[in-house]
Design a protein around this ligand. Structure first.
Ligand code: GLY
Length: 339
């Protein structure tokens, strides 16, 4: 059934029920064409499922959307979507191939959060490619929320995951080059990736999210960023919406960024407005040196509306909806300088 047709049918039959509790399917009941119905206005109907992710990661969003379209569980969708980037050695900010810390160790942070507010995270974990899978297992199979370092690694191995050398030749070479000066200077990322954060809404209109990263390149040993910290790197409130962050984790942690965005949406702001206000909180801090680092947020509300905002130009969001995968530039404060 085409989207246009369904929307027409929906308005003819007068569907319009309570937020979060009512989902109506079209006749064929194909998951990808199911529409969340809200009690606000007809134009708030969203074609489900929706998957959004930080940066230009079409393979990851397509993978997650496929799982959902085939009737799979939203956590399988998010996990498998993030795994695409974790396994891609060309992506040097996530999983295998990630840039190491200043001592040459690749250390991973990840977290996942579901519609019920359950969450799991791993921090400072080495030698396991799929940090997101370990985070999910922490959530689902342990009494804990977060496992760190060797404990996280040993736990992953105990569940059957294999140890692997995450430092690829390419990342090792760049690190050895960096060692010549060993200057700690965060780079404003205008590449097409960094921390991968993903939010999804399934055919029932329920939200979940996931986040995975190798963190800041050449960080101090032991450093942990925002990405595994619920409320900073990721937050989901299934009544309101979800948010995930990328960029300089320290600044996200200081402002509890993702929780802030969700709370701003609770107050009535759109995802875009909420992301913008959270970015402005960072910029407006006394002595903020925001010109020297990047932070970006993406968010989705319960109506399936999405938005993104960053400090610097060229942060983008990949959005999969209605069989379309798009890369959308985010709103920003500081225009990139042209060379
Ligand atoms: N946002 C990733 C990090 O700061 O580690």
């Amino acid at each position: 059934m085409k989207r246009r047709h369904f929307l027409k049918n929906a308005s003819l039959t007068g569907v319009g029920l309570a937020v979060g509790s009512a989902v109506t399917s079209c006749k064929e009941n194909t998951p990808e064409k199911i529409v969340a119905v809200t009690n606000t206005t007809p134009e708030t109907k969203a074609i489900l499922p929706i998957v959004i992710a930080t940066w230009n990661v079409p393979n990851a969003t397509a993978k997650a959307a496929k799982v959902l379209q085939e009737g799979g569980h939203i956590l399988d969708a998010l996990e498998q979507g993030c795994m695409v980037e974790e396994a891609d050695v060309k992506n040097q900010s996530v999983g295998k191939g990630g840039r190491p810390d200043r001592d040459g160790n690749v250390t991973l942070d990840a977290c996942i959060m579901n519609k019920d507010g359950d969450c799991g995270a791993v921090v400072y974990m080495q030698n396991i490619t799929h940090a997101i899978s370990v985070a999910r297992k922490v959530m689902e199979e342990t009494p804990h929320v977060m496992l760190a370092g060797k404990g996280a690694e040993d736990y992953a191995v105990s569940t059957g995951m294999k140890r692997d050398n995450l430092l690829t030749e390419a990342s090792k070479k760049e690190w050895q080059e960096w060692l010549k000066e060993a200057k700690y200077k965060p780079i404003i990322n205008i590449e097409n990736h960094d921390t991968i954060g993903m939010l999804a809404m399934d055919k029932n209109g329920d939200l979940s999210g996931a986040c995975t990263t190798s963190g800041l390149a050449y960080k101090m040993g032991g450093r942990v960023g925002d990405s595994p910290i619920i409320g900073s790197g990721l937050f989901i409130d299934n009544e309101i919406g979800g948010c995930v962050a990328t960029g300089m984790g320290e600044e996200v942690v200081k402002t509890v960024g993702s929780f802030l965005v969700v709370e701003l949406m609770r107050q009535g702001k759109s995802p875009q407005e909420a992301c913008k206000e959270a970015i402005m909180r960072i910029i407006n801090k006394p002595n903020s040196n925001y010109k020297n680092f990047q932070v970006g947020y993406i968010a989705m509300n319960k109506k399936g509306e999405t938005g993104s905002f960053s400090i610097h130009q060229w942060f983008s969001m990949t959005k999969f909806q209605d069989d379309k995968n798009e890369n959308l530039q985010s709103g920003f404060v500081v225009k990139a300088q042209s060379n």
